[in-house]
Design a protein around this ligand. Structure first.
Ligand SMILES: NC(=O)c1ccc[n+]([C@@H]2O[C@H](COP(=O)([O-])OP(=O)(O)OC[C@H]3O[C@@H](n4cnc5c(N)ncnc54)[C@H](OP(=O)(O)O)[C@@H]3O)[C@@H](O)[C@H]2O)c1
Length: 313
């Protein structure tokens, strides 16, 4: 019965994605495992879901690396975490996920400093109102959600292998509305809509996660994608103020949105699966509609595009 209610809630969106879904499903969940001795890196960790996940990781005893694009905000987050968990080991890492050269520099230095990485959480996210390019000429949602995480994953593989680590892409339920978009990934053609670019790049994340999972399973690394439902965060109130107002009381809090991230990084049962798309600690379909299914050729195009656009000079 619970399983049926869970599936119904998932397909009808509002019940599943809001607090209601979390309340229904979280009854009977096991407590999160200790992460003492584990090393975790969370991108976009100074705010919203990234901040909530980093806080939980610190509470569970992990060494936490806060990946941020703004050092002052990162330092502030670190101080607040340290005040709550004085024994926690917390590091602030400058890593602008939208810039290939910065990600490369950070990753090179990270693997030189650390032998192991137990969990890498690709959380940094943006939803711009109009088309913006980074100084490297990449459209900003593509750069932040796809190119940066693609490069960072590949460069951190040595540290992930030694820990038999886990990689988690924080995607979005918005990706269900989009097919894998491989014709114009920089969104140069037609009228630019931030929400569409956002959802398309979130679809790309889900495809990339399954591709990385396939490539890395022989190395003992598991790769997951997930969506958090709808949670009240600064990102939602800044980028979708109307949605935040209408949904206000029903939105999850950031801890509820981040729960599955932390569970995927820590639960022993999550390490037995790879390449799946999760929400509220359960695998979910990658498509609600048959017309969003991509072909093998489109998947290959995405991988080749990422390789080409993150290659060093
Ligand atoms: N909240 C939801 O309901 C919801 C639903 C579906 C998916 N998500 C996903 O969850 C993730 C977190 O979103 P949120 O709601 O917590 O939003 P948020 O409060 O805006 O947090 C986003 C974080 O990402 C950081 N960031 C943005 N661009 C970055 C870059 N280039 N390099 C490094 N960090 C960067 C931001 O840093 P600054 O503080 O410097 O801006 C911020 O810390 C996103 O991937 C989002 O797509 C959220």
């Amino acid at each position: 019965m619970l399983k049926l209610l869970d599936t119904l809630a998932d397909r009808t969106l509002v019940p599943g994605y809001t607090k209601l879904g979390y309340r229904l499903r979280s009854k009977g969940w096991a407590p999160l495992e200790s992460m003492r001795g584990k090393r975790v890196l969370v991108t976009g960790a100074n705010s919203g879901l990234g901040r909530a996940a980093a806080t939980k990781f610190a509470e569970l005893g992990a060494t936490v690396h806060l990946g941020v694009r703004d050092l002052a905000k990162g330092q502030q987050a670190k101080e607040e975490l340290a005040a709550r968990f004085p024994d926690a080991e917390i590091h602030v890492e400058l890593c602008d996920m939208s810039l290939v050269d910065t990600v490369r520099e950070f990753a090179t230095e990270f693997v030189a400093r650390h032998d192991t990485l137990d969990a890498l959480v690709h959380n940094a996210g943006v939803l711009p109102p109009s088309r913006q390019e980074t100084r490297e000429g990449n459209e900003v949602t593509l750069a932040t959600h796809v190119l940066g995480p693609f490069l960072l994953t590949g460069m951190l593989v040595p540290a992930l292998i030694r820990a038999k680590g886990r990689v988690i892409f924080v995607s979005s339920g918005g990706m269900y509305s989009q097919k894998l978009y491989d014709q114009d990934p920089q969104f140069r053609q037609g009228k630019y809509r931030g929400a569409t670019a956002y959802s398309r790049t979130k679809r790309m994340q889900v495809v990339l996660a399954s591709q990385w999972a396939e490539r890395l399973k022989g190395d003992g690394i598991t790769v997951h994608s997930m969506h958090p439902g709808w949670a009240a965060t600064p990102g939602v109130s800044d980028s979708l103020p109307g949605f935040a107002t209408v949904m206000g009381p029903l939105l999850r809090d950031a801890d509820e949105g981040a729960d599955t991230v932390v569970w995927l990084a820590s639960a022993p049962e999550a390490a037995r699966e790879t390449g799946l798309f999760w929400h509220d600690r359960a695998p979910r379909p990658e498509h609600y509609f048959p017309w969003t299914k991509e072909s093998a050729a489109q998947r290959a195009n995405l991988w080749a595009f990422c390789e080409e656009n993150t290659a060093g000079t």
